[in-house]
Unconditional design. Structure first.
Length: 462
């Protein structure tokens, strides 16, 4: 069984490589990453976040910039011309092959991370099955290997982090997540999940006990904090030392890009914009300012409804997160190093243990599910959410379901069906990323063959 799954993984990776000679499409993000290779290779560190020769400026955190720098050292052997900042829109065949192959190589980290998670929660065979399911998702294929991004590599780091927490390797799991935050800021979506889980579980936080009304393992809290701070210091000190701190922050969080992306993500604000347009069509107002679907990332005024500011989306996201945070708090047992307060009655005291395990067997596999739910909340309510962000829901969810693989881990048929449904929804939400010539045949009418093929592919993936 494991051998056949390994062969399927190898075939899937080879099929990704087979797409390269077809050169189906080169998106804006292809040029974005080529330009970042050029910036990090050709310019001094002090200029990385100030460079503006291209509209596609460096706007990822410092560890991803460091990744681009490392990648550029190999790129110099493939085609040095791709590393010239002035060579905008440069796309020689060597450049195309190099960049596409680097994404495929990044998928190896996804395979390893998913396998680690599956093996941690089940058997070695289950680990390989989890790796295959994480790899074959059609949404990831469209975003990374047709459009162009490095999500597979980043999700690999995420799954390694989740696997470490599930296995009780708390500090390494926290360090990996801190590194992930310094590679792509969108993983802040998951920060509340990590915070609540680790505060409750590893730091043993319990309210309503002790003279101060709170009890926690201060030593664990300090060690955990120092671990996270060490990763951030490693990433940020070179940027701060070159005077680029505030400049980088302004790049990472550009709130001038508007409530929604030009291609609306299927979330609360897509419904909000739709209601605003319907009301305008009914005569309650007129379109004002920039259009929310004009293809530009900019702030626009709503026609009838209130123009939502970033602070409102942040507040709504926190409000929506509250039930999940409460669920995590209730289902996560405090650290075993801290005894619980005695029960009020003798019968209850005999029934309850004095200590909880940091990760009880009955709760294993839940953290990946928490991560998927946290991503879903942020995707639904966040500011300027890209349609690609749906992968932050589907990949951890599929990994959680496939890794646990049975009702003994708390994952039943309903959750498995939900994962399948989200996979379908996620695939359709990234269809706008397909090149126009694939989405429309000659004559301009929409190609229903393309949509039908996607439906068949997604159902087969189920």
């Amino acid at each position: 069984m494991a051998v056949s799954v390994q062969i399927a993984i190898a075939v899937t990776l080879l099929l990704r490589l087979a797409l390269i000679p077809l050169d189906l499409y080169r998106s804006t993000d292809f040029e974005v990453h080529r330009n970042w290779l050029a910036i990090t290779h050709s310019l001094p560190l002090s200029s990385w976040y100030y460079e503006e020769a291209s509209p596609w400026t460096l706007d990822y955190p410092p560890l991803f910039a460091a990744f681009e720098w490392v990648l550029s050292q190999a790129a110099a052997f493939a085609d040095p011309e791709m590393l010239r900042v002035a060579n905008l829109e440069y796309a020689s065949w060597a450049t195309v092959v190099f960049q596409r192959c680097s994404v495929v190589a990044g998928d190896l980290l996804l395979v390893l991370g998913a396998r680690r998670l599956g093996s941690t929660l089940g058997s070695s065979a289950q680990g390989w099955s989890t790796a295959l399911l994480a790899l074959v998702g059609p949404g990831l294929l469209i975003v990374d290997h047709v459009h162009f991004q490095y999500n597979g590599m980043l999700f690999g780091v995420l799954l390694f982090s989740i696997a470490d927490l599930e296995a009780g390797r708390i500090y390494r799991g926290a360090a990996l997540f801190a590194a992930l935050l310094n590679m792509k800021q969108i993983f802040l979506y998951l920060a509340p999940v990590y915070f609540v889980f680790l505060l409750r579980g590893h730091c043993g936080c319990v309210f309503g006990v002790g003279p101060l009304g709170i009890r926690l393992n201060f030593g664990n809290l300090v060690r955990l904090g120092l671990t996270v701070l060490a990763v951030f210091a490693l990433a940020w000190l070179p940027i701060l030392a070159t005077g680029q701190g505030m400049q980088m922050v302004s790049r990472l969080f550009p709130f001038g890009r508007g409530l929604t992306h030009a291609y609306w993500a299927p979330n609360v604000w897509a419904l909000y914009n739709t209601a605003d347009r319907v009301l305008a069509k009914l005569g309650f107002g007129a379109q004002q300012g920039a259009s929310s679907t004009a293809g530009f990332a900019e702030v626009y005024e709503s026609s009838v409804l209130w123009t939502v500011p970033p602070k409102a989306t942040f507040a709504l996201t926190l409000l929506a997160y509250a039930p999940l945070a409460r669920l995590i708090w209730r289902q996560t047992a405090p650290s075993s190093s801290l005894p619980l307060p005695p029960a009020s009655s003798g019968a209850d005291a005999a029934a309850k243990p004095r200590e909880f395990a940091a990760m009880p067997e009955a709760g294993r596999g839940r953290f990946a599910l928490y991560a998927a739910l946290g991503s879903a909340i942020s995707f639904a309510c966040g500011w300027h959410v890209h349609e690609k962000a749906i992968l932050m829901v589907t990949v951890p969810l599929i990994a959680a379901v496939s890794a646990v693989g049975g009702p003994e881990g708390g994952v039943g048929d309903e959750l498995r069906q939900a994962a399948e449904a989200f996979s379908v929804i996620g695939t359709f939400s990234v269809l706008p990323l397909l090149p126009q010539r694939c989405a429309q045949p000659r004559g301009g009418s929409r190609s229903w063959r393309n949509w039908s093929g996607t439906v068949v592919w997604t159902v087969a993936h189920r």
